[in-house]
Ligand binder design. Structure first.
Ligand code: FEO
Length: 170
């Protein structure tokens, strides 16, 4: 069994990851509406990855002997004023998720819960990658997204993203 506080934080994190999936699917909705299907596809895959994160944490809790309980998933409430807006909101969101993972990690460290720390190592690495991906996307959009041909090419590039299940979730 896990420390009560750590189990609660992980249970909350399941909700946050499902919210992340919901949020990115909302980004995809926006880009579909804008006719940028490559961007929409990229965020659909992002949503799938977030769902995987939720499943991984749920499974960890169950395998550690905990009952998982679900709360409401918040409504995505971002308003996009241009094509760059969701990208910037995505980076901000990933920074927030990193802070949540860091908080759980710190609790596990304080409780000498090495099993949870080892489990969270994957998420720490993943957050680093997700923040970098979000940041790279913003940079590319700023460089190429303001003229139609550049936006078209970027849309094509993002359409090529392939989903792969996280290795520890397989
Ligand atoms: Fe599950 Fe994008 O963090």
């Amino acid at each position: 069994m896990l420390d009560k506080k750590i189990a609660e934080l992980l249970n909350e994190q399941v909700n946050k990851e499902l919210y992340s999936a919901y949020l990115y699917l909302d980004f995809a909705n926006y880009f579909e509406d804008e006719g940028l299907e490559g961007f929409a596809h990229w965020y659909e895959i992002q949503a799938q990855e977030e769902r995987d994160h939720a499943f991984m944490i749920r499974r960890y809790l169950i395998d550690s002997g905990h009952r998982v309980t679900f709360g409401e998933i918040a409504k995505p409430d971002k308003v996009f004023k241009n094509h760059l807006s969701p990208l910037e909101a995505g980076l901000e969101h990933e920074k927030y998720v990193t802070s949540l993972i860091t908080t759980i990690y710190a609790e596990a460290f304080a409780a000498k819960d090495f099993k949870t720390m080892q489990f969270l190592d994957w998420f720490v690495k993943e957050q680093g990658e997700e923040e970098k991906n979000a940041d790279d996307l913003i940079k590319k959009m700023k460089l190429f997204g303001s003229e139609p041909k550049g936006l078209y090419m970027l849309n094509q590039e993002l359409a090529a993203r392939v989903y792969s299940a996280p290795s520890s979730a397989e």
